[in-house]
Write a protein of this length. Structure first.
Length: 133
């Protein structure tokens, strides 16, 4: 989930990511990965498998995992030195894809939230310039 979320936010090539999962993980069977990676994780099938992009920000990761417990980044921050790459990446991904997902009822709340962000331009610039980790 975390690796796929990062890859979606950073615009990794879905086919290359699928190949990487297949060759890097003992349970990355070629018959399983396209559904998990192409369909769910990367939403690269246009919604055939999953009804919405499997995308999340730092707040969700903080609630659902223990990854944030010792992390220097703050999942509540979108901008600045301590901005969580997942939080900022979430909004930076949603911004150019807003029109594509606006009709999806499961993304409506996120789209409304994007439209209320006062710093979306700053987030966009920051994430464009962020080094991929």
């Amino acid at each position: 989930m975390v690796l796929g979320n990062h890859a979606l936010q950073r615009g990794y090539d879905p086919a290359a990511l699928n190949d990487w999962f297949v060759t890097s993980f003992v349970d990355g069977f070629p018959w399983v990965m396209p559904v998990n990676v192409i369909g769910m994780s990367q939403h690269a099938d246009g919604g055939t498998i999953a009804t919405k992009p499997y995308l999340s920000g730092g707040a969700y990761l903080n609630r659902m995992t223990d990854h944030c417990r010792t992390c220097w980044f703050d999942p509540r921050r979108r901008t600045g030195d301590r901005a969580c790459p997942f939080t900022a990446g979430y909004w930076a991904w949603l911004d150019p894809h807003e029109e594509q997902v606006a009709g999806n009822h499961r993304m409506a709340r996120a789209v409304r939230g994007l439209r209320r962000l006062p710093d979306v331009d700053e987030v966009r610039v920051q994430e464009r310039d962020r080094e991929v980790f």
